[in-house]
Ligand binder design. Structure first.
Ligand code: COA
Length: 219
């Protein structure tokens, strides 16, 4: 079952965001036509890998579930979650459903989407803590950036960087923009600021084997 949570992030509470979380078990091939628009169905037909098809479909479903929790009477087939040339997702919805943006991430069989007012920029990422090592983080570290000693914190740092890259719409292609200024841990929650982007804050939380990070606009 897709779960939806409401979040309020940022000093001035930049509106309420909605976070939706799905698992591959939520994928129902026979129901795809109920919630994908024609343009999304076209795009789906061009995807060969079954895992990627599921990620694509569930990314659209979670975004629409989150959007439906923030607006009234949303007809899922009237909404398209498309990708710009950079890969950044964009919501095309009827005007009376407001102006919202989304950020999407998938790992293993989990898909998450964050929906927020489009005048602000957010980014989300989720990673399996066992997947990447400190050496991967070193690859995208810049400017003498400190690499955390333990693999859990370095994976969290990676997840935070990727969430900033999504908020900036450059993904990991702009590593020089993604330098962490501070990474602080309190139990299973991490907080960070970004050296070149003081307008954003980052928060990450460890859930079992996963790190979930969100970059959000500050004050
Ligand atoms: C954006 C990027 C970080 C996504 O990483 P990923 O681990 O492959 O995928 P995730 O599951 O975290 O996220 C996928 C979603 O990111 C979103 N996305 C893709 N490009 C994006 C961009 N430029 N800005 C914001 N969001 C983007 C999409 O919504 C995508 O889901 P969808 O295709 O179903 O719509 C990645 O595509 C990227 O920038 N790659 C650059 C590769 C690179 O330079 N690597 C060097 C370091 S090893």
């Amino acid at each position: 079952m897709v779960s939806v949570y409401f979040l309020s992030l940022g000093r001035k509470k930049r509106g309420v965001c909605a976070l939706a979380v799905a698992n591959f078990s939520d994928f129902r091939e026979e129901r795809i036509r109920e919630y994908l628009s024609d343009s999304e169905l076209d795009r789906l037909r061009s995807i060969q890998l079954e895992k990627r098809q599921r990620e694509y479909v569930l990314g659209r479903l979670t975004t629409k579930m989150a959007l439906a929790s923030l607006t009234n009477n949303l007809k899922f087939r009237d909404v398209s979650v498309l990708n710009e040339a950079s890969g950044s997702p964009v919501i095309r919805a009827p005007l009376d459903h407001g102006d919202y943006g989304t950020s999407i991430a998938h790992t293993d069989e989990i898909v998450v989407s964050l929906v927020f007012q489009r005048e602000f920029s957010f980014g989300i990422d989720i990673e399996n803590l066992g997947r990447k090592s400190r050496s991967a983080l070193k690859y995208i570290a810049r400017g003498g950036e400190t690499i955390p000693e333990d693999s859990e914190s370095s994976m969290v740092a990676w997840t935070l960087k990727e969430s900033l890259g999504k908020a900036l719409k450059c993904g990991l292609r702009c590593p020089e923009e993604l330098v962490l200024a501070q990474l602080q841990r309190k139990d299973s929650v991490f907080f960070c600021s970004y050296r070149k982007h003081p307008e954003f804050g980052g928060i990450a939380r460890i859930y079992g084997n996963y790190s979930l990070a969100i970059t959000y606009p500050l004050g």
